[in-house]
Ligand binder design. Structure first.
Ligand code: SF4
Length: 383
């Protein structure tokens, strides 16, 4: 009930018909009117002997079951949550995804760095993780966008912060968990799939509107997150809060598990991405995130975040907004964020990162908002 006083926008936001339309699946799952995608995916039968099949065969099977899942999502929408009908089968479409995630881990391709290291044997790629996952903290987050806070009866976004990241942003505000200077285990608690599921369940039972996987970055932990859904036995929307630098394979695994996407769209210029976030995988930042935004919007609800950087209106903000207006204007919500402040390396070496060594000015934010208005982008209801 107290949410009504601290975050009145959390319930008021649903009066906006565009917000209701664009987030209809997510809202329905949040209110337990529809089963979350992972619940449906667990009820779809895969074939026996998954471990013996070649990866190519597994992907073919994945494509077939994906089509089946799409049909079921339509059928189940608004049907309530019937746990008997949704009883998990063995092996399920989710087991197939778990098996594929393990194969990817052996030659890691979870993101477009495509390090190719065998993380199961203890090797590490750019993100610095072996197969182990560490959670730095988890709690009910009341500072997220209004639709993610829940209604009067629910409480906050059930946010789980993972240690480590595949980006190295010079202005990172979570450097202590994204790239801890000491041991990873000093920055968080090691979790396996069962423990992660128990954390998610506790958050939902205590009223969380969704489970918000974030970091650092959730992508390098995808194998543990996907497997944890096997043990999660409460209905709750799955939220992917990410830099969106996932590989095509990861997008394939996630596209019918995620109920709502909360991605960053940081840069338009690959040069800015390289200089400010040290993103330099096989595929460029822009090419990767535009591809992934299109896939995500086709398969789920979405709130796209863009953090306005000072002096980056022409190279990043405006081209991003233009691309969004041309590709996703009627489908997603956009949050144009003005809370950038210098941190981490920018504070240590302001002369090297002069362009981003201050907060964005009011005039810059107004210019970004006016440009979005001119393009007809829906952004205000979510902030
Ligand atoms: S998750 Fe990305 S950065 Fe980490 S090892 Fe895999 S491909 Fe490399």
């Amino acid at each position: 009930m107290w949410i009504r006083f601290f975050r009145p926008d959390a319930s008021l936001v649903w009066r906006d018909p565009e917000v209701r339309r664009r987030l209809r699946w997510y809202r329905s799952v949040m209110l337990d009117e529809t089963p979350a995608k992972f619940m449906i995916v667990k009820s779809i039968k895969a074939v026996d002997g998954l471990k013996e099949l070649r990866e190519e065969k597994l992907w073919n099977l994945h494509e077939e079951l994906h089509n089946e899942a799409e049909e079921l999502f339509k059928q189940y929408y608004g049907s309530g949550v019937d746990y008997e009908k949704l009883k998990p089968v063995q092996p399920s479409y989710l087991d197939l995804k778990i098996e594929l995630a393990k194969r990817i881990l052996r030659r890691c391709r979870f993101c477009e760095w495509r390090c190719g290291v065998d993380r199961l044997s203890g090797m590490r790629g750019v993100c610095g993780l072996t197969e182990k996952a560490y959670v730095a903290s988890f709690f009910h987050h009341y500072g997220e966008e209004a639709p993610l806070i829940g209604t009067d009866k629910q409480g906050g976004s059930g946010t789980i912060f993972f240690v480590s990241c595949n980006f190295h942003c010079v202005f990172c505000q979570n450097w202590d968990i994204s790239h801890p200077r000491g041991k990873l285990e000093d920055a968080g608690v090691e979790v396996d799939a069962k423990r992660l599921a128990a954390i998610a369940k506790k958050l939902r039972v205590d009223g969380a509107a969704n489970i918000n996987y974030v970091g650092g970055e959730p992508t390098p932990n995808l194998h543990v997150i996907v497997e944890s859904l096997k043990y999660l036995d409460v209905n709750v929307p799955i939220l992917w809060n990410s830099n969106m630098y996932m590989s095509g394979e990861s997008m394939n695994l996630l596209k019918d598990l995620v109920d709502i996407w909360l991605p960053d769209f940081k840069y338009w210029s690959n040069e800015c991405a390289r200089r400010l976030s040290n993103v330099g995988g096989r595929l460029g930042y822009r090419e990767t995130v535009t591809r992934n935004h299109l896939i995500a919007a086709k398969h789920g609800d979405m709130i796209i975040r863009h953090l306005v950087l000072p002096n980056h209106l022409e190279c990043d903000t405006k081209p991003i907004l233009k691309w969004l207006s041309e590709n996703l204007k009627d489908k997603v919500l956009v949050n144009i964020m003005g809370q950038y402040r210098p941190d981490h390396l920018v504070l240590e070496k302001p002369e090297k990162y002069q362009d981003v060594s201050r907060r964005p000015r009011n005039e810059e934010m107004h210019e970004a908002y006016s440009y979005a208005d001119k393009l007809g982008i829906v952004y205000r209801p979510v902030s």
